[in-house]
Design a protein around this ligand. Structure first.
Ligand code: KG4
Ligand code: ZN
Length: 338
């Protein structure tokens, strides 16, 4: 405890960010240290799992020390340890999990395993102090695209998910086709502002009527075919136009399905989370669509959209409050269902 408030230490290492955070009463962040490996993986055009694990191992002790120091909190003051145990890269998850277990055992603190997506959603509780469930959530990142009905802090139900690529993955793959580099999401976001979103009408994939699932693998092929046919015809492509058109096709589907799910399930709040939730066009389109339907829209600032431990700490807090702790036999689950 610190100043009579419950202290959470949280660890996140599911992909390529090593992060440790300290929070008071679940929603007040004292520190949120993030060691990003983007530069390491950039040369490979994507995250290399084995390299990610090794870097987590190199970083984790330093990041933990820094988080405690910046927060001005000692290990004795920590009341419980939250950690991501899935989904994610198994070798990467294991480093965070082993560290959390070691601290839990050595310092005699309870351990709370957190689902990574639950963490992304919880980033909004940190940023928006008044936010409470129920609401509809759109979790959209490099690894996930989910529409989730959130009925309580620890209760939610997945209504729709991607059947192939995640939205962020589609952004990254299309950026590579367009020669924009990795990670592609922010690069497409930026260059698309100068392009015409209706220059090329790529196919919008809605799947079956009323389905809340997504499919983004086709659009990557669509962009690739377009680029190749233009090149063969000796025409130069306008990268900004193609990026804007790709983005528009993807976002038309995402916005329609998310807002449709909220109105159908009578939810007056939509919460966005995950790396792609910082996309400027997505935010603008969602603002407009939600306004039309009288729905309040929430999303975190960019640093809390991408992977970080503060969001994991917030989710862990609500599990801990509900008495949900885990034993030291907690294992990493790469395909953990929500
Ligand atoms: O949440 P995150 O850090 O990691 C996962 O859990 O996957 O999300 C990373 C993903 C990457 O695919 C990246 O390209 C995408 O989020 N991203 C964006 C933007 N910023 C990050 N996509 C579109 N527009 C952005 N501004
Ligand atoms: Zn994530």
């Amino acid at each position: 405890m610190k100043d009579g408030k419950l202290v959470t230490m949280a660890i996140e290492s599911s992909c390529d960010e090593t992060s440790v955070a300290i929070l008071l009463e679940g929603r007040q962040v004292l520190s949120n240290i993030i060691a990003s490996q983007i530069k390491v993986h950039q040369v490979f055009g994507g995250v290399v799992p084995e390299i990610a694990s090794r870097h987590h191992l190199d970083n984790i002790n330093r990041v933990t020390e820094e988080a405690l120091k910046e927060a001005g909190v000692t290990m004795e003051e920590v009341d419980m340890i939250g950690v991501t145990y899935g989904p994610g890269l198994v070798g990467a998850l294991l480093i965070g999990l082993a560290t959390a277990k070691a601290f839990a055992l050595a310092a005699g603190k309870p351990l709370v395993g957190v689902h990574h997506i639950q963490g992304h959603i919880s980033a909004n509780y940190i940023e928006h102090k008044e936010l409470e469930p129920p609401f509809m959530a759109l979790v959209i990142s490099g690894g996930h695209t989910n529409i989730v009905e959130v009925t309580g802090y620890n209760q939610c139900r997945v209504l729709g998910q991607t059947r192939d690529d995640a939205a962020g993955e589609a952004y990254d793959k299309v950026a590579r086709v367009l020669g924009l580099g990795y990670p592609g999401g922010p690069k497409i976001d930026k260059i698309a502002r100068e392009g015409d979103p209706h220059a090329v009408e790529f196919k919008r994939v809605f799947l079956e009527k009323d389905s809340l699932d997504f499919s983004f693998s086709g659009i990557k092929t669509g962009v690739l075919n377009y680029v190749n046919s233009e090149k063969q015809a000796g025409r130069e492509i306008c990268v900004a136009d193609v990026a804007a058109s790709f983005q528009q096709a993807v976002l038309d589907v995402i916005v329609a399905k998310t807002v449709g799910a909220a109105t159908r399930m009578k939810k007056d709040k939509i919460v966005m989370a995950g790396g792609v939730a910082s996309n400027s066009r997505l935010r603008a389109m969602m603002e407009e669509a939600c306004k039309k339907e009288g729905i309040a829209l929430y999303y975190p600032s960019p640093v809390l959209c991408t992977d970080n431990a503060a969001m994991i700490g917030c989710a862990a807090y609500y599990k801990f409050k509900a008495g949900q702790t885990d034993g030291l036999d907690l294992d990493a689950v790469p395909h953990l269902p929500l």
